[in-house]
Design a protein around this ligand. Structure first.
Ligand code: ADP
Length: 611
C-alpha cells in the first residue's frame, strides 16, 4: 500500500511541471478591444496584422471579434458603463478564449470589466507603453507587448540627420492626451540635455503651422501625435503631420510608421502590423493551451524606418541613418523601372555580340581556307603549266631554233665578209643588227616560257583582256602552225578590263586552246581555233575559245570539268578542273557548249574591274 502511495506521489511530482504550463485548450475565439475608433490607418494596420496571423493559424479555426471603444474621443463613467453593458449582452452567449486589449486605456477598461464580463480569461495587451504598464500593474495572467518609443531615440535620430543640431521642436497634443509618447515630457531634461527645446504642444493647428515655418537652422521637429486641430475638429495624427510638413522649414522626426508618408522624415517608428501580429501570436499560444503566466510581457514592434523622398528634401545621406534602417518610397532607379526592358535589351545585345563574334570567327576561318585553297590551286596550276610546257617543248625548241639558226648563218656570213680584201662594213653592221634582233627573239621565247612556268602565288592586277589573249595566241602560234591549226583572235573593239592574276588567266586560255588542238588531231584539214574577247553589255567580260573539232558528247559537257576526267591516252584530266578553280577564284564562270555548226566552244565570264 505504502508502495502504491509512493508511486502516486512520484507520478504527481513527475507530471507537476507539465501541469504548470499546460492546461485545457480554450474556446477558439478572440475578442479585440481597440481603444481607437475604427477608421484610423494606424489601428487598421494593427488590426490587419493581427487578423493575418489569426487567419494563418493552421491548427484550428479561430473566431475574431473586434470592438472599437473610441476612447480617445469619448470617456467618462456613463460612457464606460454603457460600453460594459453593451459588451456583456453582446457576448453573453459567445465563449471567449482570450481578450486582446489595444492601447493603455483599453487595457485599463478590460482589467476593470474582467471580473464581470470575462472572469478567468487571459488578457493580451498591445500598444501599451511602459508608463501605463507600470501604472496598471496587470496580474500575471495578463501579458502582451510593451511598446517603447523613448524620446532619446528620436533625439538620436535628429542629431544624426541634422549636422550640428542645437535645437529640437517637440510638436504634439497635450501630454495627457497622447497615447504612447506621454513619457517624453519627463524625459526632455535628460534626453535633450545640451539642446534648446521648443515645445509646441496642445496648440491650434494654425499656430503650429506658423511656428514650424520659422525654426532655427540647426534644428529638427520631433512629432508625437496630434488628434485635434484645437478648434473642434478631430484629425488623424497622420493628417496632422501632413499639415505640419507643408509649412515646416525643418525635417520632422516621427515615431509611427503611418506618419512617414505624409511628410515625416522617419525615425524609430512603431510598426502597427508587427504589434498586431505579435499580440495575435501570444493570444493563439494561449488558445492552444499555454498559460498566460508563462509568457512574460516583452517589448517590440519598433524599427528605424525613413522616407527616401524626405531624405532627398532635407539632404540626408543614407550613411547617417542608424544601422539596419529601412528606406521606404525610394524612387526606382532606371534599372528598377525598366528592369525587363533592360534585361531584354542586354540579352539582345549579348546575343548580337555573340553572333557577330561567331560570324567574325567564321569569316576569319573562311578567309584562311580561301588563302589555303588558292595556295593549293597555285601549286596545282604550276604542275599543270609545267606539263603544258613539256607538251609545248618541241614547238618551243623549234621557235628557238629559228633565231639561233639565223644567228649562226649571219655570224658565218659576217666572218666571210670581214675575211675579204675590202670588207663592206655597212653590210656587217646590218648583219649584226639582224643578229641582235634574232637574239632578242630567242630571249623573248625563253622569257615567256619562264614566266609561264614560274611558281607564283595568286596575285591580283589590272588586266587588259585583249592584250592577255594576244600574248597567249602569240605564244601558241608556232605550236599551232606545227600542228596545222589556224589560230584566229577576234579582240574586242573596246577595252575590256578586269582584275585578276594574268599568269593564271593565261593558263586557262592556253589549256582551252591546247585542248582544242588536241581534239582536232584526227581531222585531216580545216583545223581552226577562234578566240573572242567581248564586253557583255558593260556588265562582264566574255571570253570564248571555239574549235572545229568533234565537240563534246552532250552528257559529258559538265563532266569535263571534273578532276581526272580525260578521254586522252596520255591525259591527266586536270586542265579543265584547274581552269574552273582559277575562274571561280576570280568570281567568274566557265562552261562548255557544242556549236550548231560543229566543234566545241568554251565560255568564260569574268567581272569587270570597278574603275
Ligand atoms: P586532259 O586534257 O588531260 O584530258 P582536261 O581536263 O584538260 O584534261 O580535259 C578533259 C577532257 O575534256 C578531255 O580529255 C576531253 O575529253 C574533253 N575536252 C576538253 N576540251 C575539248 C574540246 N575542245 N573538244 C572536245 N573535247 C574536249
Amino acid at each position: 500500500m505504502t508502495r502504491i502511495r509512493g508511486l502516486i506521489v512520484f507520478l504527481v511530482v513527475l507530471l507537476a511541471p507539465a501541469c504548470v504550463w499546460a492546461q485545457e485548450p480554450r474556446p477558439h475565439a478572440i475578442l479585440v478591444l481597440d481603444q481607437a475608433e475604427s477608421r484610423g490607418p494606424f489601428y487598421d494596420l494593427l488590426f490587419s496584422g493581427l487578423r493575418d496571423v489569426v487567419v494563418g493559424h493552421t491548427h484550428s479555426n479561430v473566431t475574431l471579434y473586434g470592438e472599437n471603444l473610441d476612447l480617445s474621443r469619448f470617456g467618462g463613467q456613463a460612457y464606460e458603463q454603457n460600453l460594459k453593458r453593451f459588451l456583456h449582452e453582446k457576448y453573453q452567449d459567445k465563449p471567449i478564449g482570450a481578450v486582446v486589449a489595444i492601447g493603455g486605456a483599453s487595457l485599463e477598461c478590460a482589467l476593470r470589466w474582467r471580473e464581470e464580463l470575462w472572469p478567468g480569461i487571459p488578457i493580451v495587451f498591445a500598444m501599451v507603453d511602459e508608463l501605463d504598464f507600470a501604472r496598471l500593474k496587470p496580474p500575471p495572467d495578463v501579458t502582451g507587448v510593451i511598446v517603447k518609443t523613448p524620446l532619446a531615440d528620436s533625439i538620436r535620430v535628429a542629431r544624426a540627420v541634422v549636422p550640428g543640431l542645437d535645437t529640437v521642436a517637440i510638436v504634439g497634443d497635450p501630454w495627457d492626451r497622447v497615447v504612447v509618447f506621454r513619457s517624453w515630457v519627463d524625459e526632455i531634461a535628460t534626453a535633450a540635455a545640451g539642446l534648446k527645446v521648443i515645445t509646441i504642444v496642445g496648440e491650434k493647428m494654425s499656430d503650429v503651422r506658423k511656428r514650424v515655418a520659422d525654426l532655427p537652422e540647426h534644428s529638427a521637429i520631433i512629432y508625437s501625435s496630434i488628434y485635434s486641430d484645437g478648434e473642434g475638429t478631430f484629425l488623424l495624427p497622420r493628417t496632422a503631420v501632413g499639415l505640419i510638413a507643408e509649412t515646416a522649414n525643418r525635417p520632422i522626426v516621427v515615431a509611427a510608421e503611418t506618419f512617414l508618408s505624409p511628410g515625416g522624415l522617419g525615425g524609430y517608428v512603431i510598426v502597427p502590423s508587427v504589434i498586431g501580429a505579435d499580440a495575435a501570436k501570444i493570444a493563439l499560444r494561449i488558445l492552444d493551451g499555454e498559460r498566460a503566466e508563462n509568457i512574460p510581457p516583452a517589448s517590440g514592434g519598433v524599427k528605424p524606418i525613413f522616407n527616401w523622398e524626405q531624405m532627398q528634401r532635407w539632404n540626408v545621406s543614407e550613411s547617417n541613418l542608424p544601422a539596419g534602417s529601412e528606406i521606404r518610397f525610394r524612387e526606382p532607379g532606371l534599372w528598377d523601372k525598366y528592369r525587363w526592358q533592360s534585361i531584354t535589351a542586354i540579352a539582345v545585345l549579348l546575343l548580337q555580340a555573340g553572333l557577330i563574334a561567331v560570324l567574325l570567327r567564321e569569316r576569319r576561318k573562311r578567309h584562311g581556307a580561301e588563302i589555303e585553297s588558292r595556295h593549293r590551286m597555285s601549286e596545282l596550276a604550276h604542275v599543270n603549266r609545267s606539263a603544258t610546257a613539256g607538251e609545248l617543248s618541241s614547238s618551243l625548241a623549234h621557235e628557238l631554233n629559228q633565231p639561233l639558226g639565223s644567228i649562226l648563218t649571219n655570224a658565218e656570213t659576217a666572218e666571210l665578209i670581214l675575211g675579204s680584201q675590202s670588207p663592206d662594213l655597212d653590210e656587217v653592221r646590218e648583219i649584226l643588227a639582224d643578229i641582235r634582233r634574232d637574239d632578242q627573239r630567242a630571249s623573248e621565247v625563253i622569257r615567256r616560257l619562264r614566266s609561264f612556268t614560274k611558281r607564283t602565288m595568286f596575285e591580283t592586277k589590272d588586266v587588259d583582256v585583249n592584250e592577255l589573249m594576244r600574248e597567249v595566241f602569240d605564244f601558241l602560234s608556232v605550236q599551232a602552225s606545227a600542228r596545222n591549226v589556224a589560230l584566229y583572235l577576234k579582240a574586242s573593239p573596246e577595252a575590256v578590263r578586269i582584275k585578276g592574276d594574268p599568269i593564271q588567266l593565261q593558263q586557262v586560255i592556253i589549256n582551252l586552246i591546247v585542248n582544242s588542238m588536241d581534239a582536232m588531231t584526227a581531222i585531216p584539214y580545216g583545223r581552226t581555233v577562234i578566240g573572242r574577247a567581248e564586253l557583255n553589255g558593260g556588265k562582264s567580260a566574255l571570253i570564248s575559245i571555239s574549235d572545229s573539232g568533234p565537240g563534246i558528247p552532250v552528257d559529258k559537257l559538265a563532266q569535263v570539268f571534273d578532276p581526272f576526267f580525260t578521254t586522252k591516252e596520255q591525259g591527266m584530266g586536270i586542265g579543265l578542273s584547274i581552269a574552273r578553280s582559277i575562274i571561280q577564284a576570280h568570281q567568274g564562270r566557265i562552261w562548255a557548249e557544242n556549236q550548231t555548226e560543229g566543234g566545241a566552244v568554251f565560255h568564260l565570264s569574268l567581272p569587270l574591274s570597278a574603275g
